[in-house]
Design a protein around this ligand. Structure first.
Ligand SMILES: [Zn+2]
Length: 253
């Protein structure tokens, strides 16, 4: 099956040429094309396994951290060998072209950073970083270490249990990252707000788009199927991120 190169509408292309500041918002759909399963939704890792979601809650972390870490190890193993795809690379390329850039991502796989993105708000954190539940020390786990994990790791400073530096189900978002999101997207929305590969159920995904719309900024959504945002954005482009985002990046100068 030969994929025809997507053609962007001429009016959108014209608008993209003048863009000097860009805010991108991404979700699991971007990484799905790299073979990282989405948490929920069709074909998602947890489509039929609520037990795994339960293991990844803040409550389980406190009562049975070994179980949480085994589930984190599962996540890591499912993402083994995943590499940034054309969408990750195009998003990193946009950052190099414009004067102001910010990326808000829900993904915890680190693929945006691997693609070269710099100003990233990883609102859900990362599964490869750790925080000590005793002394608060930050740390990092190697990919191999993470994939082989069978019990909660211990802090080398104080011996307390480490937690993944990721937001688990039922936990609050880190205030500092929410503040950065507000500052970058709500206080002074970028000229272009581009939403890619997220079903946009969370207020912190919807709000930046609404703010951009109110401020009469350019809003674009790329998703395989319509979402709650599709009627809000100026341009809803239906399709895969790896096919469409490079075309958008090409038109930003
Ligand atoms: Zn410690």
């Amino acid at each position: 099956m030969a994929d025809a190169k997507p053609t962007l509408p001429a009016l959108l292309v014209e608008a993209l040429h003048g863009v000097r500041s860009v805010g991108v918002i991404t979700g699991a759909g971007v990484s799905a094309e790299s073979g990282v399963p989405t948490y929920r939704g069709k074909g998602g890792l947890y489509e039929e396994d609520e037990g795994k979601i339960d293991a990844l809650t803040g409550t389980t972390l406190l009562s049975d951290p070994d179980r949480t870490w085994r589930a984190v190890g599962d996540l890591a193993r499912h993402a083994t060998g995943a590499r940034p795809n054309a969408a990750h690379l195009a998003i990193a390329e946009i950052e190099k072209k414009v004067e102001r850039f910010v990326l808000l991502t829900q993904n915890v796989d680190g693929l945006h950073e691997a693609a070269g993105s710099r100003n990233v708000i990883d609102i859900h954190g990362s599964i490869t970083r750790t925080r000590c539940m005793g002394c608060g020390a930050d740390g990092e786990l190697g990919r191999e270490e993470l994939e082989a994990i069978h019990a909660a790791p211990r802090c080398r400073h104080c011996g307390a249990t480490l937690r993944p530096a990721a937001v688990l189900f039922g936990e609050f978002l880190p205030e500092e990252k929410v503040e950065r999101m507000r500052c970058e997207f709500l206080d002074n929305p970028p000229a272009l707000v581009l939403v890619v590969g997220t079903s946009a159920l969370f207020p912190y995904i919807v709000e930046p788009v609404l703010a951009a719309r109110r401020a009469q900024r350019l809003t674009v959504e790329v998703n395989p199927a319509p979402t709650v945002l599709s009627s809000v954005v100026a341009w809803f482009l239906q399709g895969g991120a790896a096919a469409i985002v490079p075309e958008i990046a090409r038109e930003i100068r």
